[in-house]
Design a binder for this molecule. Structure first.
Ligand code: LMR
Length: 394
């Protein structure tokens, strides 16, 4: 049987992570994988998470199974964090998943169960793993225009024109905030136009929200998903705690199925439980438990939110610094978009050859499509990056 296996494509982001590790040069900068690094290059554990872990160590009495959807307390705090009071809690079915990736996978699985001829509309570009998972699952993908290479903003007219082709039974996958890989986002007026179009076409939105708190703030970043969920008849939401709680390796995510009608919840919840059972039974507990403890304790929650806000502000500062440095070195405003983008990433607009040269000559690692991880920078590395960008002729 094994001799019938063929080589699978390696994930480009993870390959880059390895290439960076293998690079013996001391002067190297990792702007690849989406992981936050502080000024000394570490990915720290949030203070509130560390404290929750200490407390939990003393309290935990069993490691027996939870439920198929994970701990119900986790679902409650996450629905509250993401949706606030945008929809009645009774309308939301939710199940813990291994990370945001698991939530995406389960969401596609649910949609395929409902519609075997499923088509998923994906932004061009989107997170490469969206495409890889959909391909692996044999689900048809329909790209919609998203990034305008000229303005480095959203090609909103193109996006609307392409999404007008969607119909009931299709899923439209959108990034709730901090678009990965471009950093370019819709404003709330545009989100409303998108919602109106979704209502007209009858397509079901699936919102992937993996960076809540990294863009404009916790509530600001959730404004779009709340707008969508409160107006469409049904939607899927895949949320991740990897970045905003800094618990990447704990694999903590959640999939929500929101209906306007509370009667649907039991069936939706049963489906989510069923899908968890088929794929891995129970979702991982530790990360979810820490999130529940942090969000459920006023002191820990305030400390977590404050630390997240520090990170967000430091990323905004780095964006300003990089845009300013590039303006100085290039003598032009053409890099101003870096300060406008939000979240961990910005698509620089460099060619694959220029990206390659930055890696070879300057030891700077970014994804081949010129996505750079702003959270991988610090005040010292920004001028080095700016010089390299100008040096390779971007
Ligand atoms: C990224 O886009 O770099 C992150 O979401 C990490 C990953 O799993 O790809």
């Amino acid at each position: 049987m094994f001799d019938r296996l063929t080589e699978q494509p390696a994930d480009k982001i993870l390959m880059l992570m390895q290439a960076f590790k293998d690079d013996p040069r001391e002067q190297k900068i990792d702007l690849g994988v989406g992981v936050y690094k502080d000024a000394s290059g570490n990915t720290p554990i949030f203070r509130a998470i560390k404290e929750a872990e200490k407390r939990w160590w003393g309290q935990e009495e069993t490691k027996a199974y939870t439920g198929l959807a994970g701990d119900p307390g986790y679902a409650d705090v996450m629905v509250d964090l993401v949706l606030g009071d945008a929809v009645p809690r009774a309308n939301v079915a939710a199940a813990g998943t291994p990370g945001g990736t698991g939530a995406c996978r389960q969401g596609f699985d649910l949609a395929k169960l409902a519609n075997p001829d499923l088509r998923v509309f994906v932004s061009n570009p989107t997170w490469p793993n969206h495409l890889s998972i959909l391909k692996h699952m044999g689900i048809e993908m329909v790209p919609y225009r998203y990034f305008d290479d000229e303005t480095r903003g959203v090609d909103f007219d193109g996006m609307m024109a392409d999404l007008a082709q969607a119909k009931a039974g299709d899923v439209v996958l959108v990034h709730g905030c901090c678009h990965n890989p471009t950093g370019a986002n819709l404003n709330l007026t545009q989100w409303q136009v998108l919602v109106d179009l979704l209502l007209k076409t009858g397509a079901t939105p699936m919102v992937d929200i993996a960076y809540q708190g990294f863009g404009d703030g916790l509530d600001e970043d959730a404004a779009a998903v709340r707008l969508v969920a409160s107006q469409v008849p049904e939607c899927l939401i895949a949320a991740s705690c990897s970045k905003n709680f800094g618990i990447y390796r704990e694999r903590t995510g959640i999939l929500m199925a929101v209906a306007q009608d509370g009667d649907r919840r039991a069936l939706n919840q049963g489906t989510l439980n069923y899908l968890n059972r088929q794929n891995y039974s129970f979702p991982p507990d530790h990360g979810a438990r820490m999130v529940t403890l942090v969000l459920g304790d006023a002191g820990l929650r305030a400390d977590w939110a404050a630390e997240l806000e520090e990170i967000r502000r430091s990323m905004l500062g780095l964006r300003e610094q990089l845009a300013g440095e590039l303006q100085r070195l290039s003598g032009s405003d053409r890099f101003g978009f870096i300060a406008q983008h939000r979240g961990m990433f910005s698509r620089l607009g460099a060619s694959p050859e220029q990206v390659e040269r930055m890696r070879e000559k300057h030891g700077i690692y970014m994804v081949g499509d010129s996505r750079l991880n702003i959270a991988g920078l610090n005040a010292q590395s920004v001028p080095i990056l700016a010089k390299a960008i100008v040096d390779v002729g971007v």
